[in-house]
Design a protein around this ligand. Structure first.
Ligand SMILES: [Zn+2]
Length: 278
């Protein structure tokens, strides 16, 4: 029978169990037939504390041989003494992190505590809101498709209020300002622009920070025309532009019970939230 965790093992496990390494403590290794102190199969990392000589008669020579074999199989094997873990946990965690970094992983939580580790959080949420005025003599674009209506939305681009709210939500989630910042309404380049291009560029912008979209939930506020019959087409269209599944793009529509500027059909507004992941 294995002994109970030592104090050093417990200290280290407190750090490793609470992260995204998928580390296990003393779980039978499914391939190599021995029980390491800590293993993350995802990161191909094995950590032994205090030598790791657990089996009766196990010798450093056998251990060195096995380590060599594990290295050849792509595993990183780290060893720490009890003293290193108990007296210098920062160094120990730094060494583990540097191993994860070299294999493009940086999944350990920040030990400095609190929100300081924000850059290591995989998910981020953002919200967006937009309004455009309804006028005669303009096309009505909504969610990337043209709707039949007696009026259209006024704006420098095609004034697709739904896509604009969604882009602001996505940019907000990545903390990358807003669409006015990236696509100024004073620029000739954006005049009459198809908002699907703005959406595509927004997805490319967040990709520069390593993010992709998880899902969108949006609400259009309009008295007329009826939006519901067109929602599947909007979902399909935007999913195609983003390169995601239509199921990741939820669109809802509501009136404001004839109240306010939307109720008086002076304009249309849209709200959106977006979740992104690194
Ligand atoms: Zn807009």
């Amino acid at each position: 029978m294995r002994r109970n965790p030592t104090e050093a093992e417990s200290v280290l496990w407190n750090f490793l169990s609470d992260n995204k390494m998928g580390a296990h403590f003393r779980r039978q290794h499914p391939v190599y037939g021995y029980i390491p102190d800590f293993i993350s199969l995802k990161d191909k990392l094995i950590i032994e504390v205090d030598g790791g000589y657990h089996l009766e008669g196990e010798q450093p020579e056998v251990d060195a041989e096995r380590t060599k074999y594990l290295n050849e199989e792509g595993f990183i094997v780290l060893r720490f003494t009890n003293e290193e873990v108990l007296c210098n946990i920062d160094n120990v965690l730094e060494e583990i992190e540097s191993c994860l970094d070299t294999s493009q992983h940086s999944n350990l939580p920040s030990r400095s505590g609190g929100a300081g580790g924000g850059c290591q959080i995989g998910f981020r949420i953002g919200m967006g809101y937009d309004v455009h005025q309804l006028v005669e003599g303009r096309d009505l674009w909504m969610g990337g498709i043209k709707l039949e209506h007696t009026m259209g939305l006024l704006g420098h681009s095609d004034a697709d209020v739904l896509i604009h709210a969604i882009c602001d939500a996505i940019l907000g989630a990545a903390n990358m300002r807003d669409i006015g910042y990236h696509f100024p309404d004073t620029s000739a380049e954006t005049e009459g622009m198809d908002s699907k291009i703005i959406l595509k560029k927004t997805i490319e912008l967040i990709a520069t920070k390593g993010y992709h979209l998880v899902n969108i939930d949006a609400t259009i506020c309009a008295e007329k025309p009826k939006m519901n019959p067109h929602i599947p087409a909007m979902q399909q269209c935007m999913a195609q532009v983003i390169g995601c599944d239509p199921d990741q793009v939820s669109i809802k529509a509501t009136t404001t019970e004839k109240l306010g500027f939307t109720g008086r059909q002076e304009g249309i507004s849209a709200y959106a939230v977006a979740l992104i992941e690194k």
